[in-house]
Structures are given as structure tokens and as C-alpha cells.
Design a protein around this ligand. Structure first.
Ligand code: GLY
Length: 362
């Protein structure tokens, strides 16, 4: 088992990474004197949840209850969560309880949000079950729900007590889910570690085939990169925004596709391509950078062109209407060079339009 320690202003905690941890990882320290409440996504295989439940039963003498949710963007809202709060209240959960969230990114965001708000905040542990949530959503303490069509409009920064990354989950995922998670891994290399990016280029096939040694390295390095950024800027006052590389374009594409046409990973892949194109105009990026990013995405099996043609002006308008945007200037995360990101405001829409056309159009 590998352990990465995250140190933030609000809390220090461990991310534990290994294979087949759920049944054996020591949990006594976390749960021995606490009522436990599990929030699990219905897509997580029952045999894995049962392993965790048995481990919890052996570790705590207090009550253990669980609730299944149907994690989806359309259910990620306050109304859907009502029944979870109701359950906690009906079953007399007090502030001295601990919540476990088991599932993908949406479940982690929801479990973190409920834990932040129920009785003004209780402890929680995240057990991410998808590659995407293992390398991204479960790390760094962002929690939240959507509101009136805006993603993660209501939420908190709140760090968990622990994150347990069990690579056994990954065998239960579809190929597309692995490919999509890999986009966030590639993103971490691009924004902060050129050597890691080159390693991914070289070992992509082994990672995609879930070869344990390669998979663990990809996950561990990815988490280390994210944890280092979060430790420096927990609440996204500056630096942390670099983790949104590819996401400004990506979120707009997800919205245009009504959260159906593109999965998050597919949208981020296209977003990274547009962002690298835009970086070419604004920095001294290596001349082969675009080709390298394009090639690794293509080799991952993710589409590098739009599924449905759109007017770039519409995409820009959507990016401008992002409610979480600062002032009027569109802020992008661009690459200064491979392995180094910078945050830049771009006022010139035609530059953005050209970057979209020259990367995502056939
Ligand atoms: N996914 C971006 C962040 O956690 O800040």
C-alpha cells in the first residue's frame, strides 16, 4: 500500500492507494467509536460494498447504515439529497458520526457535501470507484451539487479524514471509463510534470491494459501532483485553477451536449486540445506539443474531433456565462511549455475561435 499525505491549512490526511484494500484496510482508528453511514452509488458492484461493510462491522461496535443513490448529473441537486438528510435524521445520527462515500466523482461530491452540511459538518471518508474520481474528484476537498443548470454551484471546500484508492474497482469499469479517467492523468502531466507526461506516452498501452505496476504509478503520480497543488492553494485563490486545464472548453462542451453527448473525460480531452492550440499563440510552447497531446489522446481511444459541429461563438458565449467566472475576461489555463501551466485572461475572441476551429473541427 502506498500512502500520500495531504497537508492543507484546514486538515492533514492520508490518501491510501493499493489493490483489494476494502476488506483488509485498518478502519478501527477512523470508526471505532462512531456511528457509520455509507453512501454508495448503485453502479458499484455489491460484492465490493459487502467487503467494506464486513470490515466496518469488525471495526465499529456502533450502528452502520447505508443508502444507495443513483449518481448522475441530473440527480446531483439539493432536492435529490433530501432523502439522504431525512434518513440521517430519522436514524438519529449525531455530529459524532462518520460518512463513507463510495462511488465515482458525483458520489464523492455528494457525500462530501452532505458531510459538510449535515449538523454543520461531520467526518467523512471517500472511496472513489472510478479512475477519474481516484485521480481527481476525491482529491482536494471540493464538494458540491448542481443548481438550475449550473454545475457545482452550491458547495464547500472540506477535506475528508481519509481517501482510500482501491485499484480493484477498476477491473469492473468499462473501457470508456478508464479512457476518460486517463484524460485527467494526462492533464496532471501536462500542467506540472513533463517527465510524467513522457512516461505516459511511453507506457500508455500498459496503463490502459490495467497492468498493476504501470497503473499504480500513473495513479500515484497523478494524485501526488494534485495533492501538491491543493496543499499550496486549498481554496483556489490562485494556483489551484491550473487543475482546470481543458475544463473551460470542456464544461461548455458538456453543457452544449446536455451532459449526454460528451462524457466528462471526452469533453476534457477536446478541451485540452483547444487549450493547447490557444497556448501556441500565447507562449513559446514546444512546436511538437500539440501533436504530442493529440497523439496521446488518440492512442487512448478518445475522439479528438467534435462529435457534432458547433458554432465556436456559441461555445465562447457559454464559457462567458459560466457563473463562477471572475469578471468579464475569459480566463484560460494555458501551457507555457509541456509540464508547466499558466493562468491567462484572453480578451480577444477571434483568437479563441481560431483555436477551437484549428483543433476540434474536421
Ligand atoms: N478538479 C479541479 C479541482 O479539484 O480543483
Amino acid at each position: 500500500m502506498k500512502i500520500i499525505r495531504v497537508k492543507t491549512n484546514s486538515k492533514n490526511y492520508d490518501i491510501k492507494i493499493g489493490h483489494d484494500l476494502l476488506g483488509s484496510i485498518p478502519l478501527k482508528k477512523l470508526v471505532s467509536r462512531k456511528d457509520v453511514f455509507l453512501i454508495t452509488d448503485s453502479k458499484v458492484p455489491e460484492f465490493l460494498i459487502n467487503k467494506l461493510k464486513r470490515n466496518l462491522k469488525n471495526s465499529s461496535s456502533k450502528k452502520i447504515n447505508s443508502i444507495k443513490i443513483n449518481a448522475s448529473e441530473s440527480n446531483k441537486n439539493m432536492a435529490y439529497l433530501t432523502r439522504v438528510y431525512d434518513f440521517l435524521i430519522r436514524n438519529n445520527y449525531s455530529r459524532d458520526c462518520i460518512i463513507f462515500g463510495v462511488g465515482g466523482g458525483i458520489t464523492c461530491d455528494i457525500a462530501g457535501f452532505i458531510s459538510s452540511t449535515f449538523l454543520r459538518g461531520v467526518d467523512f471518508v471517500l472511496i472513489p470507484s472510478t479512475l477519474l474520481s481516484q485521480v481527481d474528484a476525491s482529491i482536494g476537498g471540493k464538494t458540491g451539487v448542481n443548481h438550475k443548470g449550473f454545475k457545482n454551484m452550491i458547495g464547500t471546500f472540506n477535506q475528508p479524514s481519509q481517501v482510500i484508492v482501491d485499484t480493484k474497482f477498476l477491473k469492473t469499469l468499462s473501457k470508456l471509463e478508464i479512457q476518460c479517467g486517463l484524460m485527467e492523468v494526462i492533464k496532471h502531466g501536462l500542467i506540472s510534470d513533463k517527465r510524467f507526461f513522457s512516461w505516459l506516452e511511453k507506457n500508455l498501452r500498459q496503463v490502459l491494459a490495467l497492468k498493476p505496476k504501470f497503473l499504480e504509478h500513473a495513479i500515484k503520480r497523478s494524485i501526488e501532483i494534485k495533492a501538491a497543488v491543493v496543499s499550496k492553494d486549498e481554496k483556489e485563490e490562485g494556483l489551484r485553477a491550473i487543475l482546470n486545464f481543458g475544463h473551460t472548453f470542456g464544461h461548455a462542451l458538456e453543457t452544449i451536449g446536455d451532459n449526454k453527448l460528451y462524457s466528462h473525460g471526452e469533453a476534457v480531452a477536446l478541451g485540452m486540445l483547444a487549450a493547447v492550440k490557444l497556448s501556441e499563440i500565447n507562449s513559446n510552447l514546444e512546436p511538437d506539443a500539440y501533436e504530442r497531446v493529440h497523439s496521446i489522446i488518440k492512442k487512448s481511444g478518445i475522439a479528438t474531433k467534435l462529435k457534432k459541429k458547433i458554432n465556436p461563438k456559441r461555445l465562447i458565449k457559454l464559457m462567458q456565462s459560466d457563473k463562477k467566472k471572475k469578471r468579464n475576461l475569459l480566463r484560460f489555463i494555458l501551457l507555457e511549455k509541456l509540464g508547466k501551466a499558466q493562468i491567462m485572461g484572453i480578451a480577444n475572441n477571434s483568437k479563441i475561435e481560431n483555436a477551437i476551429k484549428n483543433s476540434l473541427f474536421y
